[in-house]
Design a protein around this ligand. Structure first.
Ligand code: FE2
Ligand code: FE2
Length: 189
């Protein structure tokens, strides 16, 4: 699918602010794909569609998670996680994107997963460091991303976990599993 068509489909689903975020993720994902040798076109499409389901009603997302047999434990954790797997499902069924690599990059962009592919890592990180993001620690991750994808990912997940702990919030187990996996298997780029 061409960029313009994908952007039109996504624009209908998002607020203006979230659409601007999406453009930032797209631009960042393409740069990371160039830097780390991933498919730029796939990075572009995965980035454009990554937040497709962000504003779907909770009830609809819950229904899709149950009906599609997505991990049930998702429902016991922060609802912010839900739009990722639900988004992958809707991008396939509503927008007709069938490429599994793209769909998985959307599916795992909030939790990550052990054994993430290069494209999955790029979308996860682009979502975290796109130019519209302003929070403590983001510049450090931006700098790391120029040197090592895994080092940047590890730092971003550390920041996320610490943020949740400080707010007395739960941490989704797959986020911890992803962190452990990356620390044990990190690559030096
Ligand atoms: Fe998201
Ligand atoms: Fe996002």
């Amino acid at each position: 699918m061409e960029r313009e068509k994908a952007l039109l489909l996504v624009k209908e689903q998002l607020t203006e602010q979230r659409y601007q975020h999406t453009l930032g993720v797209m631009e960042t994902a393409i740069k990371l794909a160039q830097r780390y040798g991933a498919d730029e076109k796939k990075a572009e499409l995965a980035a454009i569609f990554h937040d497709y389901a962000k504003f779907r009603p909770k009830e609809e997302m819950k229904h899709i998670i149950e009906e599609q047999g997505f991990p049930k434990d998702l429902l016991e954790y922060n609802a912010e996680l839900w739009h990722a797997p639900v988004g992958a499902f809707l991008v396939e069924t509503e927008a007709g994107i069938t490429d599994k690599e793209i769909l998985n990059a959307i599916k795992y962009h909030t939790s990550g997963r052990p054994g993430m592919t290069l494209l999955e890592k790029i979308i996860y990180l682009a979502d975290y460091i796109e130019p519209g993001r302003h929070f403590p620690g983001v510049d450090e991750v931006r700098e790391l991303a120029k040197q090592s994808l895994d080092a940047a990912l590890i730092k971003s997940i550390q920041n996320t976990i610490i943020f949740l702990l400080k707010k007395n919030q739960t941490v989704y187990p797959d986020t911890l599993h992803t962190y452990n996996y990356l620390v044990k298997n990190r690559r030096i780029d």
